[in-house]
Write a protein that binds this ligand. Structure first.
Ligand code: GDP
Ligand code: GDP
Length: 436
């Protein structure tokens, strides 16, 4: 089931122009027959490797005798009934009209995801007039010129971000999902090819699915792995959009689907803000993480080089202290084996379960070693804890009063848990709950 995107809006705002722009990049070449492109109101489109169905509701009944208002009402109903995401197009030069308000009201009530598209802004600078469209109560308008092909990338980013989760991409529980992430040219494809080129790695089709092979499934020894979203990485296509931005968005969606992320940092460039952004997303999503510093073969090394580099990484990526760092050369293959071994190791941390008995022994020990804080004569009491989840490991700890619990003590407990149980490479989550 592909997601469905419907374009709605009153006549002449530019719906069909927008439709042809979005679809045209892929289909116009093959369907270059007169009459075919013109009347098409339904087509398959693609953005960032996400395929969807695009419908121009304006073309559904172009020759109807009905009043314009009842036509656009019906079109909005079609969109509300079928779409996953609705593009509501308004004319940025005309300002808000009564029909715009009518459609906006219907769409707002529907509870569907609606993107307000302010068309015909043919200049790079956004005019003040578009601010009046906030009045429609549909959030930030996305400014485009369908005629000049301006702003369409941002619009499509927003569209695909709002798609429902793709059920097809679910794998068996025991398949280790790995996202190789990082800036363009950091060495992602080199690393992936290096791993897949290992003698005992068996690359095969993804079992039980017929979807486009954007993931790469492989087995090694007795373990099953999949590299997530390798389509753009393994066979590099020419993408005319801003390549940096494109690749970051891709990284983010790959992170969402993964268990283990390998962040590739280009040693010749140092750790950049973009690396921090990508790592930050892995952290927020609670993913296991390995930091691979690549192109180590190009670095002039002294005995301190590694320590200095590690310090820089720890400094810029201070929120992911749990992530192991490995220095590699995807080109020569140096220590690529180590990365492979780490995937399994951090995945085992990511899925580790600690028995309640042993967990409480460690909690009690930690409390004896370092008494919980007091506030106005009352002391924080730690009653009991238990693991409630994996991927990443999550623990609930029952206490007497949330207000008495301080960040520094929670941090101390996390460190104690890590010292005793390892959890190399994975975030762990501690939730403190008051016991009534
Ligand atoms: P629809 O009736 O909503 O499908 O609108 P159309 O796509 O038929 O466009 C209506 C008119 O607006 C046509 O003359 C288009 O050339 C023009 N138009 C569409 N998009 C733009 C744009 O971005 N800028 C300008 N200046 N004109 C546009
Ligand atoms: P991606 O865009 O992240 O997939 O990066 P690629 O794997 O395509 O690598 C970008 C460039 O860096 C290519 O020319 C590679 O040959 C080169 N490269 C990748 N890894 C290494 C490495 O470890 N050492 C050296 N010297 N070059 C590398």
């Amino acid at each position: 089931m592909r997601p469905i995107v419907c374009i709605v809006g009153r006549p002449n705002v530019g719906k069909s122009t927008l439709f042809n722009r979005i679809v045209g990049r892929r289909i116009a070449i093959t369907e270059n027959k007169p009459g075919v492109t013109r009347d098409r109101i339904y087509a398959e489109a693609e953005w960032l490797n996400k395929y969807f169905i695009l419908i121009d509701t304006g073309g559904i009944e172009p020759y109807s005798d009905d009043t314009i208002l009842s036509q656009i009402r019906r079109q909005a109903e079609v969109a509300i009934g079928t779409a996953d995401v609705i593009l509501f197009v308004v004319d940025g030069l005309d300002g808000i009209t009564a029909s715009d308000r009518e459609i906006a009201n219907m769409l707002r009530k529907s509870g569907k995801k609606v993107i307000l598209v302010c068309n015909k802004i043919d200049t790079p600078k956004t005019p003040h007039e578009i601010y009046e469209f906030y009045e429609l109560g549909l959030g930030d308008p996305i400014v485009v010129s369908a005629g000049q092909s301006l702003g369409l990338g941002d619009l499509l980013d927003e569209v695909v971000e709002n798609f429902p989760e793709d059920k097809d991409t679910e794998y068996d529980e025991d398949v280790i999902k790995v996202a190789v992430i990082g800036k363009p040219n950091a060495g992602k494809s080199s690393l992936i090819n290096c791993i897949l080129g290992e003698e005992r790695v068996i690359v095969s089709d993804i079992p039980g699915t017929t979807r486009d092979a954007i993931d790469t499934y492989f087995e090694y020894q007795d373990d099953k792995y999949v590299f997530i979203d390798t389509a753009g990485i393994r066979r590099k296509r020419n993408i005319d959009e801003n390549i940096e931005k494109y690749s970051v968005i891709r990284s983010l969606t790959a992170i969402d689907r993964s268990d283990v992320c390998i962040l590739i940092i280009d040693a010749t460039q140092g750790v950049t803000e973009q690396d921090a952004k990508i790592a930050g997303h892995a952290y927020e999503r609670g993913k296991a993480l390995i930091i691979a510093i690549n192109k180590w073969d190009l670095i002039d090394k002294s005995d301190k080089t590694y320590l200095e580099f590690e310090k820089e990484v720890r400094n810029v990526l201070s929120f992911v202290t749990y992530a192991p760092i490995v220095l590699i050369s995807a080109k020569t293959g140096k220590r690529v084996n180590k990365v492979f071994a780490l995937i399994k190791e951090v995945y085992s941390s990511y899925t580790k379960r600690i028995s309640t008995g042993i967990f409480n022994d460690i909690l009690n020990e930690a409390v004896i070693l370092n008494q919980p804080p007091t506030d106005k004569g009352r002391r924080l009491k730690i009653y009991y804890g238990t693991q409630v989840g994996i991927k990443p490991p999550k623990f609930v700890i029952f206490i007497n009063d949330r207000e008495l619990s301080h960040f520094s003590y929670e941090r101390y407990l996390e460190n104690q848990i890590r010292q005793n149980f390892g959890f190399e490479g994975t975030p762990i989550q501690l939730e403190f709950k008051e016991k009534g």
